[in-house]
Design a protein around this ligand. Structure first.
Ligand code: S3P
Length: 162
């Protein structure tokens, strides 16, 4: 299973809940990238730029794609063509797109200084969200609302898997 969605959509939290139900390991690609780079995401963006971050993200995705795990991605994975194409062409995992109205997402991320691309003006973050929507929807097998409770989103996801 692969979980995608914009920053603040609940990917990490929901993946942890799914782990308890599915007894599968969760791989959080942001955590993997930190290990690969030996520094925080904020530092990678500041020192090396977004392109370097995206390459590490692609590398981490490639590493775990063949494993039977729950892969929780970072919100921008689909913005990098190579990662997007890989997600589109792989057959091993079902892809779940977590989504909520933009204002909910923005409320959840606006004060978090650890997300370089989320810590910008509302308009900039909205533009980013809108620019990514088609790709999230295009690559996803299922779209799950995370507007209500975590439990309801988790139950909906579980209803789609055997
Ligand atoms: C990013 C989202 C972040 C993280 C990085 C870039 C993005 O992950 O990968 O800050 O481009 O949307 P979360 O979606 O887990 O916050």
């Amino acid at each position: 299973m692969i979980i995608i969605g914009f920053m603040g959509s609940g990917k990490t939290t929901i993946a942890k809940h799914l782990q308890d139900h599915m007894f599968k390991e969760v791989i959080d690609l942001d955590d993997e990238i930190k290990v690969l780079a030996g520094k925080s995401i904020k530092e990678i963006f500041a020192d090396d730029g977004e392109e370097s971050f995206r390459k590490l993200e692609y590398q981490a995705l490639t590493k775990y794609l063949s494993e039977d795990v729950i892969i929780s991605t970072g919100g921008g994975i689909i913005s990098y063509d190579q990662s997007y194409e890989l997600l589109n062409s792989q057959k091993q995992h079902k892809i779940f797109f977590l989504n909520a109205p933009f204002d909910n997402l923005y409320d959840r991320i606006q004060n978090d200084t650890n997300r370089p691309l989320g810590n910008q003006s509302r308009q900039k973050v909205l533009d980013l969200y809108l620019s990514r929507l088609d790709r999230y929807k295009g690559v996803a097998d299922y779209e799950i609302s995370t507007e209500e409770t975590i439990e309801s989103s988790v139950n909906e996801i579980l209803s789609y898997i055997d």
